[in-house]
Design a protein. Structure first.
Length: 312
């Protein structure tokens, strides 16, 4: 299934101001939140905190019922005082909300939404039906309160504060060298996130549009043969043909040398640049990237450059 909505680079969202109010929601799985630790984290960085009710609920593997999680998502976007939205954790649950989201409400109240893993479903749907930038970045519990290594925090805050400008090249920690799988230079809209979730939305009105895109992909607890299956599914669904480049994030549990032949077999025939080893996803550190934004990938130089403003 495909949408007739034209996919263009996403529009910028309002930047996170000093003393801004940051909302915490749990659109996916449940998790215990240390409220005092969260308040202290926000206060030490000059921000205020608002925790939505679903954060404290649990319904099996979900953080509360679909109604509760949907209500919190809508309320956080609708509240004019909220400047940015962070997700408590991933897990599973966001796909259950996609066909009930009030997309006009979100589109009329654009603001930074941050998360990864299961939150990929929200990123894909918002890009398609709302058209503003979202951020593939840290979750509150696992990353920000989990004391993940620098530059996890600074990567997020610099983007949200508007300190990364059009023309800036994203920095990547030298302790984690990048690997050029296929040489080349390409510009396009950064799209993607968690590979399993990307494939899980294929055939729905919320599936990824890869035409003219730089594909970001990451995953966790997927053995190599299952990554092969997921990439094959993307190929059979026609989602590789229009790609301009690929940025391979972290695949926790798979060493890059073991994955390289699969990447070469999958993307080599396409003649597009492929850069691997980007610390984004279920890893430490976990760097933030703006989904929907126009970027320039130079695999040979091992660089990623932002080509548009993502916050105003």
């Amino acid at each position: 299934m495909s949408s007739n909505i034209a996919m263009t680079p996403a529009t910028a969202v309002p930047r996170l101001p000093s003393n801004g109010l940051i909302a915490i929601i749990a659109p996916a799985g449940p998790g215990h939140l240390d409220v005092k630790a969260a308040e202290r984290w926000m206060s030490e960085r000059g921000y205020r905190l608002r925790i939505y009710p679903g954060v404290f609920e649990k319904q099996g593997y979900l953080a509360g019922s679909d109604e509760v999680r949907l209500r919190d998502l809508h309320a956080a976007f609708a509240d004019p005082e909220v400047a940015a939205i962070l997700c408590l954790r991933g897990g599973y649950g966001t796909p259950r909300l996609l066909d009930r989201i009030d997309y006009p409400l979100l589109k009329n109240n654009p603001k930074p939404l941050v998360g990864y893993s299961d939150i990929t479903a929200l990123h894909l749907a918002i890009e398609r039906y709302c058209g503003f930038v979202t951020f593939h970045g840290p979750l509150l519990n696992a990353d920000l309160l989990g004391n993940k290594a620098p530059p996890t925090e600074s990567s997020l805050l610099r983007l949200l504060r508007g300190q990364v400008k059009a023309g800036d090249t994203f920095t990547h920690p030298v302790a984690h060298p990048l690997t050029c799988i296929e040489h080349g230079i390409a510009a396009g809209r950064l799209a993607g996130g968690n590979l399993a979730m990307i494939c899980g939305t294929l055939g729905t009105p919320y599936e990824i549009d890869t035409e003219g895109a730089i594909l970001l992909m990451e995953d966790v607890n997927e053995p190599l043969y299952r990554v092969d299956r997921l990439l094959t599914q993307l190929h059979l669904a026609g989602k590789l043909a229009g790609l301009r480049g690929v940025l391979v994030g972290d695949f926790a549990g798979i060493e890059l040398p073991a994955m390289t032949p699969l990447l070469e077999q999958t993307f080599g025939p396409l003649g597009i640049p492929v850069l691997a080893g980007w610390r984004s996803g279920h890893c430490d550190p976990n760097l933030t990237l703006p989904l929907g934004a126009q970027v320039r990938l130079d695999a040979g130089e091992k660089s990623l450059t932002l080509e548009q403003m993502v916050t105003l």
